[in-house]
Ligand binder design. Structure first.
Ligand code: NAD
Ligand code: WQD
Length: 343
């Protein structure tokens, strides 16, 4: 069964291609390479022994999408393509709404034209804003403080509206918590194009000697040690969640529209992450506690029980594996895909 994977050359997309291949699906990757490299897909082939069909294209390009749907008998779409830097979205809201929202609408209309009615969408825990309590269940109120989060909320709403009009569509809204880690081979992982915004790649950059020291954003939150607490989830576990979501469509074991959290249910503070990474890498991680980052919240972690109940998915990998695998990727590829890339 062919699955169109938009954004499939990216961090979560490339790991999901492996999970799809392992489960017997055939990923067709459609990506404009704005934040990725085809080397990731070559590495997926190295890991799985299977070649991947790659189409360079932009989800805002209707003709390109029609061509893909004409050439391939697509069972479902997994829609990862999007820009994801919260800070950049504040600077460039039009770019974010155009790329993420217009791109998604363009994709959904191409699906409608071509009678493709199954879609899995990469949403985010960011849609919960600053939750009143933790753990977070799917029925918590949603809100946002930045255009990136706004784009995710709008796309979710567009999909809910599509379902109202076309209840025969199968739509999964997957809300990821904080994806980290890498494939255990160390061949693929997260490759930020610039100085990382997110904690884990920043810590890994310090450990490998590329970055001088970590700024810990705030030491006065009401948490275990004053630093922010998040639900870090291994990207390989996350990738498997997409296969479970697809299988739930196949088995008709879910409502035609559903929303699930993909998290572990466990929160770790920034300093706990630093300690765990030190242990995994054997390197010292220099850090200094600085002011809070605008828009950050104290604590965010999932109640993941609905995903287990509904699609039979739960995270299996713990913090040690998240750090070990990130370190393997980072130390084997200190410059990410860049050394060998000509993209
Ligand atoms: P990523 O940047 O590694 O992957 C996104 C991919 O989409 C990239 O390969 C990029 O080149 C491609 N892309 C971007 N705009 C495109 C366009 N207009 N047309 C075609 N391709 C396009 O990011 P990721 O971490 O793998 O995230 C994947 C998805 O998951 C995104 O939608 C992101 O918002 C969402 N998400 C990510 C996180 C996270 O922390 N990584 C958390 C929650 C949700
Ligand atoms: C984690 C913790 C920071 C960097 C973001 C998006 C969210 C989702 C995942 C896409 C926080 C602290 C970080 C650093 C630090 N992405 N930190 N120093 O902010 O939870 O979530 O990525 O959907 O939408 O908002 O993740 O990794 O940036 O931060 O102290 O250099 O690490 O303050 O407590 P965040 P993060």
């Amino acid at each position: 069964m062919k699955i169109l994977v938009t954004g499939g050359a990216g961090y979560i997309g490339s790991h999901t291609c492996i999970a799809l291949l392992n489960a017997g699906f055939t990923p067709i990757v459609f990506d404009n390479l704005s934040n990725s490299s085809t080397i990731a897909l070559d590495r997926v082939t190295e890991i799985t022994g299977k070649k991947i069909t790659f189409i360079k294209g932009d989800v805002r390009d209707a003709e390109a999408l029609d061509k893909v749907f004409n050439q391939h008998d697509i069972y479902a779409v997994i829609h990862f393509a999007g820009l994801k830097a919260v800070g950049e979205s504040v600077e460039k809201p039009i770019l974010y709404y155009d790329n993420n929202v217009s791109g998604s609408i363009n994709l959904f209309s191409a699906m409608e034209r071509n009678k493709i009615t199954r879609v899995i969408f990469s949403s985010s825990a960011t849609v919960y804003g600053d939750p009143a309590t933790v753990p977070i269940t799917e029925d918590f109120p949603t809100s946002t403080t930045n255009p990136y989060g706004g784009s995710k909320l709008i796309i979710e709403e567009v999909l809910r509206n599509i379902y109202t009009a076309h209840p025969e569509w199968n739509i999964a809204l997957l809300r990821y918590f904080n994806p980290v880690g890498a494939h255990e081979s160390g061949l693929i992982g997260e490759d930020p194009s610039d100085i990382p915004n997110n904690l884990m790649p920043y810590i890994a950059g310090v450990a490998v000697g590329k970055l001088k020291q970590l700024s810990v954003f705030g030491g006065d939150y009401d948490t275990i040690d004053g630093t922010g607490v998040r639900d870090y989830i291994h990207v390989v576990d996350l990738a498997k969640g997409h296969v479970k979501a697809l299988q739930a469509f196949e088995n008709k074991s879910v409502d035609n529209l559903y929303t699930v959290n993909l998290g572990t249910g466990k929160g770790y503070s920034v300093l706990e992450m630093v300690e765990a990474f030190k242990k995994a890498s054997g390197k010292d991680i220099a850090y200094t506690i600085t002011a809070r980052r605008a828009g950050d919240i104290a604590c965010c972690y999932a109640d993941p029980s609905y995903a287990k109940h509904l699609i039979g998915w739960e995270a299996n990998k713990g913090l040690q594996a998240m750090c070990d695998d990130t370190w393997k990727w980072q130390s084997n590829n200190p410059n990410g895909y860049k050394e060998v890339s000509n993209n």
